[in-house]
Design a protein around this ligand. Sequence first.
Ligand code: GDP
Ligand code: MG
Length: 325
Amino acid sequence: MAAAAASASPVINNLNPGQYVGFDSITRQIETKLLKRGFQFNVMVVGQTGLGKSTLVNTLFASQLIDSKGRFQPEEQSRSTTEIQTVSHVVQENGVRLRLNIVDTPGFGDLVNNDGCWEPIVKYIKDQHSAYLRKELTAMRDKYIVDTRVHACVYFINPSGHGLRPIDVIVMKKLAEVVNVIPVIAKSDSLTLTEREAFKSRIASELAYHQIKMYPFDAEDDERDEREINEGVRETLPFAIIGSQKTLNVNGTQVRGRKTRWGVIDVENEDHCEFVKLRNFLTRTHLQDLIETTAQIHYEAFRSKQLLALKNQANSAKPQEAASP
Ligand SMILES: Nc1nc2c(ncn2[C@@H]2O[C@H](COP(=O)(O)OP(=O)(O)O)[C@@H](O)[C@H]2O)c(=O)[nH]1
Ligand SMILES: [Mg+2]
C-alpha cells in the first residue's frame, strides 16, 4: 500500500546536494521586498453621533503610539466631527512598517429625516476605488499605487439593549455592498456583562435576519475549513467595545480607562471589554484578509462595473450607420 502511494507521487524532493538550485529562497525574497515597501491599512468608523467613534480613532493604536518617555501622546480634546477626516500613523514592529489611515466620519441618525445620510460615506469609499482605478489605467502607471481604499469599516451600534434601529439596517446594507463591515457595540460599559452577551447575540441574529452581507464572505470555491474559520469569525461579532482617551493610574501603572462608580474599567483588559479583540482582529489576525477581500471583492466589483460602462459608452459613441441595420 505504502509503496503504491509513493510511486504515484510525482514530487521529487530528495535531490542530491549538487542539484540544489535554491528556489526555496523565494519566500525570503518576497518578504524582503514587502518589508521594504511596508503595508498600508485603512480603517473607517461609522455610526450615530456620540457613540465614541472619534474616541476609538484615538484609542485604537494609542498604546503603539507611546512616545519615547513611555507616556501616551497628549490627550486630544474630542469635538464633534463635522466632515470626513483622516488621521495617519506609521506603526513599526520588528522591522515591519504599517501605515495606518483611520477615517473618521460625522455621525448621523440625530435628524428626524435621515434619508441619504449614508451617501457621503458611500461616496467617499467609491471615490477611493475610483482614484485607484484611474491610477491603474494610466499608461505610465506607478509601480506601486498608493492605496487609499477603505479596508475595514467599523460600524457603531447604539448599546440600547433592544436591537438594531431601522437606520442601522439601511446603512449597514448600503455599506456592505462596497466595504468590509465590522459591527461593534459602542460604549458597552453601559450594559452589564449579562446584558452585553444577550445584546450581542440579539444583534448577530438580526444581522442574519436582514441578510446583511457581512465580512467575511464565503466564496463558492472555499474549502470546508475556510468556511468553518469564517463561521467562527462571524460568531464573535459584534465586538462589545469601550473607548477612552483618558490615562488613569491603577496601582502605579498607566492604563487607558474609564472611571465608574464601581472602579476603573481598563479598556485594554480583555475581561472588561472586547476592545483588544477588535484590535487583534484588525491587525493581528485579519489584516491581510481584509486588504485582500477589499481588492478582490469590493474593488473588483467596482472596477468591472466601471469598465463595462466605459465600453458601453465607447460603443454608443460609434457612428450610427455602423449599428443595427
Ligand atoms: N461611557 C462611555 N463613554 C464613551 C465611550 N467612548 C466615548 N465615550 C464618550 O462619549 C462622548 C462622545 O464621544 P465621541 O468620540 O466624540 O463620539 P462620536 O460622535 O461618535 O465621534 C465623549 O464624551 C466620550 O468621552 C465608551 O466606550 N463608554
Ligand atoms: Mg466624532
